[in-house]
Design a protein around this ligand. Sequence first.
Ligand code: F6P
Length: 547
Amino acid sequence: MPTKLTDRPAWKALQAHHEAVKNVHLRDLFAQDASRGERLTLEAAGLFLDYSKNRVTDETLRLLLDLARETGVESHRDAMFRGDTINTTEGRAVLHTALRAPRDAEIIVDGKNVVPDVHEVLDRMATFADQIRAGTWLGHTGKPIKNIVNIGIGGSDLGPVMAYRALEFYTQRNLTLRFVSNVDGTELVEAVHDLDPAETLFIVSSKTFTTQETMANAQSARAWTLAALHDDAAISRHFVAVSTNAQAVQKFGIDTANMFGFWDWVGGRYSMDSAIGLSLMIAVGPEQFRELLAGFHDMDEHFRTAPLEQNMPALMAVIGLWYDDFFDAQTLAVLPYDHYLSQFSAYLQQLDMESNGKHVTLDGQKVDYQTGPVIWGQPGTNGQHAFYQLIHQGTKLIPCDFIGFLRTLNPSTPPGMPAHHDLLMANVFAQTEALAFGKTLEEVQADGVKPEQVPHRVFEGNRPTNTLLADVLTPRILGALIALYEHKVFVQGAIWNINSFDQWGVELGKVLASKIVPELEAAAEPELKHDSSTNALIRRYRARKQG
Ligand code: F6P
């Protein structure tokens, strides 16, 4: 029986240490060490991390890294990179790192080097993307493709959407990209309402090719195309598939010559750098897509080789775990100060919450500690005018990751106007300063504030933040940033001794929905065997659905 996490010496040492330091203020930590702001920083793969504004001492970090070592993070990491079957509940290797391995790398799965297969698919994707971008892939009526609609959900949507928005600056602007994920038909209707079917390509992205939402949207897109083009032969010019399931792709009517594959050792939420990124590759071009992969690989190499003390994903992981498990923080706010990263927090929600939203250990024991946090956030500065009040003065401890860039991709500001980027970045630095140091009673009084207002205007501070900076948002930096969070999630999952690579928690709802669909559609009143609430809701829907 493996040692329970909470029985481990390092855990117990952390509990005792927490008692001793839980009320220490960041003001004091900074006052005691003039070099703290420069010392507790790290650079890797083009990213700079300032983790000094966290409620940690050198001793905290030492103990947290002891815990990481004691729980075997390093050997677990090596097992992942080696291709061991670490996704034990599904009997699979976890090898998204192979998706960005260089052409000459060797990674053996079931006795076979998978790297050549990865590059074969990337090369096919590149040829196809170039044809679309050059206007030489013609639709059924001979018109070039101008519109690309990716149909997929979860990992087959969130990554491409996020990265498309993030890299919009690098996209070929005469192409229109849309993303359809929700089974709510409204999304598809709105996505295609102004598109010409003769100029539109659908990429049906689904690892399993069985996902209800994606299959429904794909069928409707097919009907929309055929209603205009009146010929089944049109499908081969207007539909391609990204999947691991060639049989289902064929059954849908897509020629497997127009299918881009990947493998069961790529988890859905870790798949945006596989063929699932086809829409993105069309938008930014194969060269920039390869830059993105190179950025992922930069971070992979850093994570694989750096000692834990200087390992960015490991440090972010243990600091996050410190708040989750010892301060009982429930959430993590991810706050990118870059308009292009508007979907980054939404992407991280699946990456982190589907990975580490688990309540049993690898050997099936119920955990007696907190696992993954709720991830949320909005790009700055908008969030400042919405929810930051609660972060500054509310009753909850909300650790935050601030992400900013030293140079903007859009520097031109009209002459005589203040530089937008300086305004933006001033807010990053101001927020983390305010959250850490706050404003004391004495400082508020010294401002001559009316006595009755004083308590309302005190900021306790001691709100922890990480600041991540990079020079400029490039595909390579985006790759490194995503890989940073992938590996952070991995380290936390390893310490918590959970399987970060399955997602059984989404199954029950899917199964129940498939039972309810025929009940909603049956001509005669069905015999309902749910609870009284669900029965009544179904009856109400049936009674009123025709308006
Ligand atoms: O939400 C559950 C899930 O299985 C995700 O892990 C996955 O990314 C998503 O559904 C979509 O699955 P697929 O790519 O097979 O359509």
